[in-house]
Design a protein around this ligand. Structure first.
Ligand SMILES: Cc1cc2nc3c(=O)[nH]c(=O)nc-3n(C[C@H](O)[C@H](O)[C@H](O)COP(=O)(O)OP(=O)(O)OC[C@H]3O[C@@H](n4cnc5c(N)ncnc54)[C@H](O)[C@@H]3O)c2cc1C
Length: 379
């Protein structure tokens, strides 16, 4: 068993850590405060191949492996959770899906633009009545002479504020749930897409989350993959996406650990640094251990993706473990910093808010447990 990164993976990790430190971190507080989509940072990220990390070079991507992608998302999340999740949506939930299931004209039209940062992607699956029960799609795509009329409502569509293209899921065979859902590749300037409420969220602010009202007509060329097979495609996308969210959670957790260590060494109470107290040391040790265990699961899931193995359970375990480890780390960091962390505007306060979403999006922790248990029980 080899736990070492290759020289290429290590060099890429170092390049992205530097980019995160120098370009992303200085913008993190302002992104959080304003809630504005960080277009400037996303464009800068494209310069490092971060918008098409695993997309083959022939289509304008960086052509890297999934382990490298996970390392990059982790490094970015350590600086800004918002930028990390925005990148993961464009990569895992849009570009990778087009590369995997798109027809040649769809790849030609979108992959270069996505990888260069010229176009941002969005993934519109969730609906008011289709959250964890994502197969319960009420958005309907009804056949027309030469395409489909798609009508319905999507909620919490990350990147939607700036996105040039969205993968929209809709029911093509009402009543058949996951057996009758089709994915459509829809340019966001298509007449009939109305961006409605902008989510005012607790954390990962600046993610450009919008609700979408849809009444759009698209041609057959908009179908992504096969008709009625869209739900399977969504689940394929989420497998990669969950590895990225695990990596995002790790980055947030590590940032919390760094803040806690720095504070514990510097803050004096009763005439000595609080890092001298076992109560504080145990919190730091638990944070580091939980995050290290979750990192192994995350890299294992990323490596399984690289071997093109079915990795549904690995991805769910990674997301579950990393998001819960990071949540605990942010909570303990808050305890170590106490009032200094509780102050609005402190880094730990932002991490504490940001981390919570990792247990919700791309499937809640309960949904991940259901997926893992289903495999165990084999029903
Ligand atoms: C910041 C953010 C960004 C998002 N971005 C996107 C995006 O880009 N695209 C997109 O399509 N969606 C997006 N989402 C939506 C997200 O995927 C959903 O919020 C998530 O799937 C959970 O759905 P829900 O919020 O409707 O919760 P619900 O499904 O209503 O769940 C409520 C509670 O019930 C539990 N529950 C539900 N069913 C079961 C069950 N069978 N057994 C046990 N417990 C259960 C859940 O775990 C949860 O605790 C985003 C959400 C957030 C917060």
């Amino acid at each position: 068993m080899n736990f070492d990164l290759t020289p290429e993976q290590r060099a890429f990790q170092q390049e992205i850590e530097r980019f995160a430190r120098e370009i992303v971190a200085p913008r993190a507080a302002a992104i959080d405060k304003s809630g504005e989509f960080p277009s400037d940072v996303m464009h800068a990220a494209a310069g490092h191949g971060l918008l098409g990390v695993t997309i083959p070079a022939a289509w304008g991507g960086a052509g890297r492996d999934y382990v490298s992608y996970a390392l990059a998302i982790e490094a970015i999340a350590k600086a800004s959770a918002t930028v990390a999740v925005s990148l993961s949506v464009t990569n895992s939930l849009v570009a990778e899906v087009i590369a995997y299931a798109g027809r040649e004209p769809q790849r030609e039209r979108w992959l270069r633009r996505l990888a260069s940062g010229d176009a941002i992607g969005a993934f519109a699956l969730s609906e008011p009545e289709a959250g964890t029960d994502a197969a319960n799609q009420q958005t309907a795509a009804v056949r027309t002479a030469d395409g489909y009329r798609i009508r319905g409502r999507k909620v919490w569509v990350a990147n939607a504020e700036e996105a040039a293209v969205a993968i929209v899921f809709a029911s093509t065979r009402p009543g058949l749930r996951g057996q009758g859902v089709t994915a459509f590749l829809v340019p966001m300037n298509t007449p009939g897409i109305t961006r409605t409420a902008r989510a005012d969220s607790l954390g990962v602010r600046g993610l450009g989350c919008m609700d979408l009202d849809l009444d759009v007509t698209v041609g057959d060329a908009a179908v992504l993959g096969h008709v009625d097979q869209g739900f399977r495609l969504a689940m394929w996308a989420l497998q990669g996406g969950r590895v990225a969210i695990a990596a995002q959670a790790l980055g947030i957790g590590e940032a919390a650990l760094d803040e806690a260590i720095a504070h514990a060494k510097q803050r004096q109470q009763f005439g000595q640094p609080i890092a001298n107290y076992e109560a504080i040391q145990w919190m730091l040790a638990d944070m580091a251990t939980d995050l290290a265990a979750a990192r192994l699961l995350t890299l294992k899931a990323a490596a399984a993706k690289d071997r093109q193995e079915k990795s549904t359970v690995e991805a769910s375990m990674a997301k579950l473990a990393a998001s819960e480890a990071a949540h605990k780390a942010a909570d303990k960091a808050m305890q170590v910093l106490a009032s200094a962390g509780y102050r609005r505007g402190s880094v730990v306060e932002r991490l504490f808010r940001d981390v919570r979403a990792t247990e919700i999006y791309q499937g809640t922790s309960e949904a991940q447990r259901l997926i893992i248990a289903k495999e165990l029980v084999n029903w």
